[in-house]
Design a protein around this ligand. Structure first.
Ligand code: AMP
Length: 437
């Protein structure tokens, strides 16, 4: 196995990696970095937790510092696009960490935070800009960001980006980036829509796949528990009596569901917080910090709020609700078993969710083992053999019928589309009430 020294990265970068305690490149790093240093485009099929951020950040920093060009005001030399604030923030932190021995400037811009410091940072000029699409377009429209000097363009979590309905924004941004550039696209799954985007963006890319598309992290032990909807909370409480569940991420389908579960946990003496699209950025950051530092044992999240969360030592993921979009399942369980650790993912499945389970098993290409050994095991759900015909699934369609083309089909977007758009508008500086980022 190669070590970092064999990857021909500049000394200051190697020092920063050493400071971080990295000794061996992860598979995606050893497969990507040599080609990226040569300037090739790249299509990376990888989930978070594989070390993909360093895989693109290290060669980027190497190339940015190598030709020594200073960035002009408002004109970043590298643009990294991420679907959520959390992911953008984490990429920004990584860039900062890996460039700490270099004279490179980077900044992060996203919605829901004051735009003024972002404008100031852009005015001073940055080598690398990490952005969510909505806020970046706002800044471009106001003339604070110009993309005509971008040499490196990285699109992270492209599948999430499309799920969240960002395709039109992405296209506008791509149109503003020079044709002559190095482009990287990362995605955990490779549906046709992402492949189409990649075909249009990448030129003769190197393809690096660290786990076959949509297979689940091998180290995650998965289980499904069949349980009636009204028994889910009781089942959760009984599971949490097990102190081996030290740090647990609990997923719900809706924001209200997340609040309800959190209230229930409080009543049962389990320290927990909820993060979802109705929480302010500050509240989300605070909750994440408490979770990271171990002040709370459980973090209850909706899919979008949880994207990009990088918390080490999440021992368990509990799907209180199964996602109706199977790709989300892969993302969710990837939050445990990060950076080589082991993890357990437990999914509750009620009668209405049997069809979702089938969809999930199709894309992960395995059946999830059933755990019957719990007090709320529902035999009727376990024996239901015609879940695909279940009416609940059909009822989902009309609710989404007004959605514009290119917007998400999954539940994620719905979660982030406020029922009352005015409410959201008041909360956000951005004029983009439908956008989470
Ligand atoms: P990512 O997939 O980029 O979200 O990275 C997942 C985690 O792995 C982060 O906490 C990184 O700090 C960590 N990491 C990345 N590369 C390495 C490496 N070569 N050795 C050890 N940890 C790493």
């Amino acid at each position: 196995m190669t070590d970092f020294a064999g990857l021909k990265l500049a000394q200051p970068i190697l020092r920063a990696i050493q400071d971080e305690g990295y000794t061996t490149p992860t598979p995606i790093q050893s497969k990507s970095i040599p080609s990226l240093l040569e300037g090739r485009d790249l299509l990376g099929v990888a989930q978070t937790g594989t070390g993909k951020t360093a895989a693109f950040a290290l060669p980027l920093l190497h190339r940015l510092s190598k030709n020594g060009k200073k960035p002009e005001s408002r004109k970043p030399r590298a643009l990294i696009l991420a679907p959520t604030r959390e992911l953008a923030g984490q990429i920004g932190d990584s860039l900062w960490t890996y460039s700490r021995h270099q004279h490179l400037r980077s900044t992060v811009v996203y919605g829901g935070a004051s735009i003024r410091p972002q404008i100031q940072a852009m005015s001073r000029g940055v080598h690398a800009l990490v952005a969510t699409p909505g806020r970046l377009l706002d800044l471009m429209n106001q003339g604070h960001v110009k993309l005509d000097a971008v040499e490196y363009f990285i699109l992270d979590e492209a599948d999430r980006m499309l799920d969240m309905g960002f395709i039109h924004d992405v296209k506008k941004i791509v149109a503003a980036v020079p044709q002559q550039r190095q482009t990287l696209l990362f995605s955990a799954t490779m549906p046709k829509s992402v492949q189409g985007l990649a075909d249009g963006l990448l030129s003769d890319p190197v393809k690096v796949e660290v786990a076959p598309a949509a297979t689940t992290a091998e180290k995650v032990e998965q289980k499904v528990m069949f349980v009636a909807k009204d028994k889910k909370r009781a089942l959760l409480s009984s599971l949490l009596e097990d102190r081996n569940i030290k740090r647990v991420l609990i997923f719900t389908r809706t924001k209200h569901g997340a609040d309800r579960v959190t209230r229930h946990l409080h009543q049962n003496g389990v320290q927990s917080e909820a993060i979802h699209g109705n929480k302010s950025q500050n509240a989300r950051q605070r909750a994440l910090k408490s979770f990271r530092t171990g002040n709370i044992r459980a973090l209850v999240a909706t899919d979008i709020a949880a994207r990009g969360i990088d918390v080490e030592d999440v021992t368990h993921v509990i799907n209180f609700d199964l996602p109706n979009e199977p790709g989300s399942y892969v993302h969710r369980i990837g939050r445990t078993a990060r950076a080589g650790a082991e993890g357990i993912a437990i999914s509750f499945c009620d009668h209405d969710e049997r069809a979702y389970l089938l969809d999930i098993e199709k894309i992960i290409r395995q059946s999830v083992p059933v755990e019957e050994d719990h007090p709320y095991h529902a035999v009727d759900i376990a024996n239901d053999t015609s879940p695909a015909k279940h009416p609940q699934r059909k009822q989902k369609q009309p609710r989404n019928k007004n959605r514009g083309q290119g917007q998400a089909k999954g539940q994620g977007l719905n979660q982030n589309q406020p029922r009352n758009p005015n409410k959201k508008r008041r909360r956000s500086n951005s004029q983009r009430p439908k956008r989470a980022a």
